[in-house]
Design a protein around this ligand. Sequence first.
Ligand code: GAL
Length: 414
Amino acid sequence: MMAKRFMAGAAATALLAGAATAQEEVEVLHWWTAGGEAAALEVLKTNLEAEGVTWSDMPVAGGAGDAAMTTLRARVTSGNAPTAVQMLGFDITEWANAGTVANLDEVAEEENWGDVVPAALQEFSKADGHWIAAPVNMHSTNWLWISDEALTEAGMEPPTDWDSFIAMLDAFQEQGITPLAHGGQAWQDATLWENVVLSMGTDFYKSAVLERNEDALTSDEMHTVFERMEQLRGYVDDNFSGRDWNLASAMVIEGEAGVQQMGDWAKGEFLRADMVPGEDFECIRFPGTQGSVTFNTDQFVMFEVGEERRDAQLKMAAAIMDPEFQIAFNTVKGSVPARTDVSDEEFDACGKKSMADIAEAAESDTLVGSLAHGHAAPPAVKNAMQDVITQHFNGALTTDEAPQALADAVKYAM
Ligand code: GAL
């Protein structure tokens, strides 16, 4: 396999150059601390260990990378950057502009990353035409994870539009369970919000979220979005504040809640609980968003490290892009490969659907970046929008106030 050949070559060069292998270690900053996430990361650790590379773990819990980026800033400011950092979309661009990232052209060219990484991802993996990051997956956020037990008890089919979604939530309420499992972090509210925006149409999503047109941000449609968010808040239990996303998944898994809206990393939790898609849970696109996909991709951005750590860094980059690894990792993580040349054969029904949906959306120009997960707007704008969304969800802003507050937040963040 190409990856193996390259690694052997790089290791041999290092030895010849007398660099030896004393520092065959990668220090990796990431936020994959939930069960499914940690299990997926273990695949990479194990593969690297087989290459003689030791893994020094730097986990910063929290999801969506907000806390991890704060830790990274502190490390870089003190002149002590990790080898590799899990990162999303526009965060990558911002760090590339800061000029502290490493160049991966050597391994990318050797292994033809340019031919297999989708264009939408390359936009972030490269800066000024140079590879600076290795994409490990493709997630998408517009999913519902429904308990089959609750759905069967309701005698319903999975919802396809807003009215049938609400009817399902009402039925779950009658069953005495929490209808909508939701956690209490700003990014979780923003993930739900971007789904509701997308359900108003992909063109509306593009205009309001990607282009951030003031007219769209203050439109009647945006008022409806916030009205629907208020309505959804009514189906969430009162203890959601501060709850991690995976604990919300656990509520569905344990039968305490009927459905969770979450990116497909949630599937990692369902699988770890030995649940089977189509039997124990349903993965469907958020009602009204069929045909569109809000994507996010985790990439490992490599930082400038001393010569003695460079060989391990390149080995890690090659290991991430290895096709077999991408299958092994993503079948556990809930995501799909960041390469277009990998078969869907080993993926379950949700994974197969995801791969097909992404290909179709890319074709029909309905593949759009997720706001909450860094692929729609620069970090400052994302954070400003997220603040308004979460304030509204927590009752600090009314539905009438929210659209204008959102437009103002965008204006001042730029
Ligand atoms: C996302 C990330 C996923 C995921 C999630 C929750 O931003 O892309 O890989 O695991 O956060 O931690």
